[in-house]
Design a protein around this ligand. Structure first.
Ligand SMILES: CC(C)(COP(=O)(O)OP(=O)(O)OC[C@H]1O[C@@H](n2cnc3c(N)ncnc32)[C@H](O)[C@@H]1OP(=O)(O)O)[C@@H](O)C(=O)NCCC(=O)NCCS
Length: 184
């Protein structure tokens, strides 16, 4: 199966974010258009399968043994719905993905047929942590959700990451996160 560079979503969405409205400061000043020397922030493409995309995800959770065919099929499904914004940071010198995060938009009948955003799978490769990439990804997806007219954006995280997300304006909810798990 052919892996290629077709982006999951329109790349200009990231480049046209109103970065000046980002409440966080970056030192040195990086942005979606300039994430750092040798780095590119862009939508996921299927060629990222061979650039260590799953190696980065595996630092977050179990990924399973995914074949290129399974990956491509899932990618096509996500692309078709138009609701999946998986972004990656690529180290272009190494040709490797070093960070990723996902925004999903969920459609509602409530709030005048509104939509909300969900942040999922935020992970920076352990060798690249502490270089503002996590901050860049979450800032970009939070601004993107606003641009996409989401009325709110939510995420679930481990207690040790609460302080990280508070930087972006996320606050702990009084609601309890519940789940019913059918497999690991
Ligand atoms: C959490 C994670 C994404 C942060 O990415 P990172 O690139 O290392 O973080 P950054 O360099 O962008 O740090 C941004 C700021 O957050 C702070 N920070 C980083 N991780 C933090 C944490 N767990 N708790 C509180 N603050 C944190 C940094 O000190 C920095 O502060 P500053 O802006 O005041 O200097 C990364 O550590 C990671 O991938 N962890 C493993 C996977 C994970 O837990 N993902 C989150 C799932 S919900």
């Amino acid at each position: 199966m052919l892996l290629n560079e077709t982006p999951l979503f329109e790349p200009s969405l990231l480049l046209e974010l109103d970065w000046s409205s980002n409440p966080l400061s970056f030192s040195p000043p990086i942005s979606p258009a300039s994430p750092g020397e040798g780095l590119v922030l862009r939508p996921l493409c299927t060629a990222d399968f061979n650039r260590g995309f799953f190696k980065v995800l595996s630092q977050l959770t179990q990924t399973g043994d995914v074949t290129p065919e399974q990956f491509t099929k899932k990618f096509e499904h996500m692309k078709q719905t138009g609701d999946y914004y998986v972004v990656v940071v690529e180290d272009t010198h190494l040709g490797q993905i070093v960070a990723t995060a996902t925004l999903i938009t969920e459609h509602k009948f409530i709030h005048s047929c509104a939509q909300r955003g969900r942040v999922e799978e935020v992970v920076v490769s352990d060798v690249c942590r502490g270089k503002q990439l996590g901050k860049l990804l979450v800032s970009a997806l939070t601004l993107l959700s606003k641009k996409l007219n989401c009325y709110k954006i939510t995420l679930e995280c481990a207690p040790n990451n609460v302080a990280f997300y508070q930087k972006f304006g996320y606050v702990s909810s009084h609601e309890t996160y519940m789940q019913c798990r059918f497999s690991t």
